[in-house]
Ligand binder design. Structure first.
Ligand SMILES: [Zn+2]
Length: 135
């Protein structure tokens, strides 16, 4: 059956379509991008954890969130190095590093090398792909 998938959460396209809202489905399963400044601001300043909207895996801590001014939720590091996976993305004629959820392969956004200390990285995420739980 499952030839190569090592994902912890592996659902069919139809199952994802049923579970997610149309926006969530388009972005996480079809590699969409939400419009800048369209995502909820996730109660900026509150302490908590950001989860994958598809499988609920913890992905980022609010302590790693910063205001990038881009209109997308931005973090300088994931909650752990194995929470997300990196994929080379050459769509739109750009060479970028795509970030996906390690457990369910949801497209989350991209990572760029222009973030703040301590990592110098900017994980530019689609807010639609995340849920926030205050601590
Ligand atoms: Zn996930």
């Amino acid at each position: 059956m499952s030839e190569k998938s090592t994902l912890k959460v592996d659902r069919t396209d139809a199952e994802w379509r049923e579970q997610l809202t149309p926006d969530q489905y388009r972005i996480t399963r079809q590699h969409g991008t939400e419009r800048a400044f369209s995502s909820p601001d996730f109660e900026l300043g509150k302490t908590g954890v950001y989860y994958c909207v598809c499988c609920n895996r913890p992905l980022y801590r609010s302590q790693a969130k910063f205001d990038s001014g881009t209109g997308w939720p931005s973090f300088f590091e994931p909650i752990s190095m194995d929470a997300v996976t990196e994929h080379h993305d050459v769509s739109y004629g750009l060479s970028r590093t795509e970030i996906r959820c390690a457990d369910c392969d949801a497209h989350l956004g991209h990572v760029f090398p222009d973030g703040p200390p301590p990592t110098g990285l900017r994980y530019c995420m689609n807010g639609v792909a995340l849920t926030f739980e205050p601590e």
